[in-house]
Ligand binder design. Structure first.
Ligand SMILES: CC(C)=CCC/C(C)=C/CC/C(C)=C/CC/C(C)=C/[C@@H]1[C@@H](COP(=O)(O)OP(=O)(O)O)[C@]1(C)CC/C=C(\C)CC/C=C(\C)CCC=C(C)C
Length: 593
């Protein structure tokens, strides 16, 4: 009996597990636990018979003075623990590195060109087959090595064990394997592989485990690292990462394609995951993928705060919030960027008509036709994919009324008839353009997560959300005083302006100076008061939504905190929160739960 093998864990595998857990802890969701636990169970169950066979055949062995003693099918418990901890560590690294990625946009519908409407990729089908042939070839060679029973035996056994699973994972997850950035695929394979190569070198040199002669090539990748060991760790990490990718393929299909899976549960059963995984790529919805790609592009380009927050949401709600953002952004931009008041008014009218049609029947040909005839092509997916069946009509109508209020700045002489005179006018405006957005975010959350909250409690939380939206809009106005002035808009109530001895026109002409700073401070004080009064309601929401929603709110409020400091950094006329500071805020707010 000895503790050598156990010490390998204490020194080399447990510390990274602790570190990765601490790093990922604020983001660790039930779905992640499910994924990791599922993969660990599969890894352990699949590896035990193989490892037990290798030990019994004497391919490798553990001197009795290095292991504590207890065994499972001849495998020392330290070794069984190795399967668990390696799968855990590599999975966690994968989860961390893939957090910013929204996987569904990397899927492709594979259809004949004649039937294609959106992004499709026919070439991938050939890659899939090519990969399958290659892996089948490796399998044949491995079988030969094993049958010969000579120096290639161990390599043959590793490959015979791993390649069938790899073949399956490749067959079901080739789209993500091929298209995701290397940070999500290659890095989480190579980093732990390199690390384990070093650990293995140390362990083999100390004789913690021993590979017997005669069944190995006797070739070293570097001094102390047998090629078979190097191959083993590379292959096992590849299996773990591909397992995660297969899981994510299933989740992407489940949460991105409502025509296939209308209302999937937040924790899908293995049989549902299986069905999603085996859905042929020709059944994927190309228009949906395009809508999601454009939504992600829009969010990345237009809002750093919500982009960061979006990556902390998971599953169905992440998809739905992205699509809601896309719609709000497109609608706001259509009105804001119109070249004349008539054009802006016509966009509002068209958006209203789109809502009338779509609320009657979202995916009807009439709605499709109206969208394609009335809106620019780059905006159409945002309208087509809005998850309207999960939203009520009132906040959408109110949002459009909010845009109408924006237009009154350009109608006639706004310095004579400014649209926002009193604080109540500002509150109404902020409720319309931002309170409504909060309302819709919460409607999506209540739809996508099961919640035991009564209707009255939901209403109370929605009202708090509305106030939080107003708070964010106050920050937005405080940030954009100069930008808005350039567009002929002043959202600060005229009553406040007069109290400072200024006029609507003077702000348009010169939106800076100490008095402007005082008005900015007043806006921010009101924003933070509203924020303080509403933030506790977040803690009443389903647990999975709390942390991410805190990130969304706090990373936007951070703009307000930056504005309160002297000498903030201004980019394109707007105060910005430096990236590291944003990450720190996200980390802190997630950890609060
Ligand atoms: C994580 C994620 C993807 C969230 C999406 C949130 C979402 C749907 C945002 C839509 C934003 C948008 C384009 C709305 C159009 C009207 C508008 C311009 C509103 C202003 C936001 C955008 O600011 P930005 O700086 O990008 O805009 P401009 O460049 O100035 O045009 C607003 C400031 C409003 C944003 C309000 C919210 C997102 C609501 C936040 C509150 C909650 C989510 C509820 C919190 C819940 C409780 C219980 C307190």
């Amino acid at each position: 009996m000895g503790y050598e093998y156990a010490l390998v864990h204490v020194k080399y595998t447990v510390p990274p597990a602790v570190l990765l857990t601490l790093l990922y802890r604020p983001l660790f969701t039930k779905l992640d636990v499910y994924k990791v636990a599922f993969l660990i169970s599969v890894a352990v169950t699949y590896t035990i018979p193989w490892d037990s066979y290798l030990i019994r055949k004497g391919i490798w062995s553990y001197p009795s003075h290095v292991v504590i003693g207890p065994k499972l099918f001849d495998i020392p418990l330290e070794e069984v623990f190795f399967f668990v901890i390696q799968t855990y560590n590599t999975s966690l690294l994968y989860l961390i590195l893939s957090k910013p990625t929204f996987q569904p946009i990397y899927l492709r519908a594979e259809r004949n060109k004649a039937h294609a409407r959106g992004p499709l990729n026919t070439i991938w089908k050939y890659y899939q087959v090519l990969g399958q042939i290659l892996l089948a070839g490796v399998m044949a060679v491995a079988w030969q090595m094993f049958k010969e029973g000579a120096t290639g035996t161990y390599t043959g056994l590793i490959l015979i064990w791993a390649v069938p699973v790899l073949l399956f994972l490749w067959t079901v997850a080739y789209q993500l394997i091929l298209s995701l950035p290397f940070s999500n695929t290659v890095f989480p394979i190579l980093l732990p592989t390199l690390y384990l190569w070093v650990v293995d070198t140390l362990a083999l040199k100390r004789g913690t485990w021993v590979i017997n002669h005669g069944t190995k090539f006797g070739v070293h990748l570097w001094d102390g690292l047998e090629v078979e060991e190097a191959l083993f760790f590379f292959v096992t990490n590849t299996l773990i990462v591909c397992g995660q990718l297969a899981f994510d393929t299933a989740l992407s299909v489940l949460f991105a394609f409502p025509h296939l899976f209308p209302d999937p549960p937040t924790l899908p059963s293995p049989s549902l995951l299986w069905r999603a995984l085996l859905t042929p790529a020709k059944e994927y919805d190309e228009a949906r993928i395009l809508g999601l790609q454009e939504a992600v592009g829009r969010l990345r380009k237009k809002s750093r705060s919500f982009y960061l927050a979006s990556s902390t949401f998971q599953g169905q709600i992440r998809t739905d919030l992205l699509l809601l953002y896309s719609f709000c952004r497109v609608a706001d931009d259509l009105v804001d960027n119109a070249s004349s008041i008539a054009e802006a008014t016509s966009w509002i009218y068209k958006l209203q008509k789109y809502l009338d049609l779509a609320c009657e029947e979202q995916a009807s040909p009439t709605t499709h036709q109206y969208i394609s005839e009335s809106f620019p092509s780059e905006t159409q997916s945002a309208l087509l994919q809005l998850p309207l069946r999960k939203l009520s009509r009132k906040p959408l109508d109110d949002l459009l009324h909010g845009f109408e209020m924006d237009l009154s700045f350009t109608k006639g002489d706004s310095s004579k008839f400014p649209p926002i005179v009193t604080e109540a006018d500002l509150d109404l405006y902020a409720h319309r353009v931002a309170g409504t957005v909060a309302h819709m975010c919460l409607e999506l959350i209540f739809h996508d997560y099961e919640s035991a909250m009564s209707k009255e409690d939901q209403l109370r939380v929605v009202q708090a959300g509305d106030r939080m939206g107003v708070a964010l809009q106050y920050v937005n106005i405080a940030r954009d005083i100069a930008v808005d002035a350039r567009m002929g808009r002043v959202y600060i109530p005229v009553d406040w302006i007069h109290e400072e001895g200024l006029t609507f026109r003077s702000i348009l002409n010169s939106p800076q100076g100490t008095r402007i700073e005082r008005l900015r401070t007043k806006l921010l004080s009101k924003a933070f008061a509203l924020h303080r009064g509403a933030r506790d309601a977040i803690e009443e929401l389903p647990v999975e939504a709390r942390g991410p929603l805190r990130v969304a709110v706090e990373s936007y409020m951070e703009i307000g905190r930056v504005l309160k400091q002297d000498g903030y950094v201004v980019k394109a006329g707007r105060a910005t929160v430096p990236k590291l500071r944003r990450l720190r805020v996200a980390w802190k707010t997630l950890s609060q739960g």
